[in-house]
Design a protein around this ligand. Structure first.
Ligand SMILES: Nc1ncnc2c1ncn2[C@@H]1O[C@H](COP(=O)(O)OP(=O)(O)OP(=O)(O)O)[C@@H](O)[C@H]1O
Length: 256
């Protein structure tokens, strides 16, 4: 291959779904400054389900918030596809989060006065985006909500409310879904169902998912686990099991 051909191939290759370079976040100044992230380089492949783990205070939430444009890094860059988030103004970041990212939180974050169906459709409605009815029906079917669409959140169990949140995050086929401890408020059976949906949506719909979790069993549903300690990326595991994740965590805590 000629040098020009190599150059062209490299330029046209799709970038990872999300990539951070030299990501640093310092909270506060002077003696009270906390370096929550300290030069993190990480990339998340399209269609992969990745878990972020690490001891308490290691920077997991800060990393997710900076990746998702919910917090601004002190230095370094974050790319969503070809867009550098660090160059965007507040208004542009708001639109980027609305149009290109899905979120699932530990506390479900559903609007209590809206039905399940209205909650699922709300982001598309706010963005004045047409929803693909076939995709809507498929997602609702997969998460088992077909006969609960007219229920208010207060009439649904925690597991069912989180299914609504999962459907809401997946409906617009965002470039990435960020899940922050999505099973933290669920019993183990409902948690396993939600994790199964996340895994299947990566495998079957090619949905990129990045999840913060404390739980090695939850992390084992992912294709890959990255480990943080003291704001640095210190380990990376492909094809995790609950036991291999636990072993790495124990090792990290012991080295701390
Ligand atoms: N708004 C803030 N102001 C000051 N320090 C903060 C702030 N947010 C986080 N920190 C500090 O940054 C470090 C990383 O916190 P972060 O919440 O990202 O860790 P974590 O791994 O998500 O922790 P946990 O597992 O306990 O939720 C901690 O030392 C924390 O105290």
């Amino acid at each position: 291959m000629s040098e020009t051909a190599v150059h062209t191939t490299a330029q046209t290759q799709a970038p990872p779904a999300v990539a951070a370079r030299g990501l640093t976040k310092v909270y506060g100044t002077g003696d009270s400054a906390v370096r929550a992230l300290d030069g993190v380089d990480v990339a998340f492949a399209r269609g992969a389900f990745t878990a972020i783990m690490g001891p308490s205070g290691s920077g997991k939430s800060t990393l997710m918030h900076c990746l998702a444009g919910l917090d601004v890094a002190t230095s370094g860059s974050v790319h969503l596809g070809r867009t550098d988030l660090t160059t965007l103004k507040d208004k542009q970041l708001t639109l980027l989060r609305r149009d290109r990212i899905g979120f699932i939180f530990q506390s479900f974050n559903l609007l209590p006065m809206l039905t399940a169906q209205q909650n699922i459709r709300l982001p598309a409605q706010i963005a004045k985006r047409r929803t693909d009815q076939v995709r809507f029906e498929r997602i609702v079917e997969v998460v088992g909500l077909a006969d609960r669409l007219d229920h208010l959140p207060s009439k649904l169990s925690g597991g069912q409310q989180q299914r609504v949140a999962v459907a809401r995050a997946l409906l617009g086929a965002p470039e990435v879904v960020y899940a922050d401890e999505p099973t933290g408020n669920l019993d183990s059976r409902s948690g396993a169902e939600i994790l199964g949906f996340l895994r299947d949506s990566a495998r079957e719909l090619g949905q990129t998912i990045v999840m913060v979790t404390h739980d090695p069993v939850a992390a084992a549903y992912a294709d890959r686990v990255v480990f943080l300690r003291d704001g640095r990326l210190v380990d990376d595991l492909t094809g995790p099991t609950a036991q291999t994740v636990l072993d790495r965590l124990v090792k990290l805590e012991a080295e701390a």
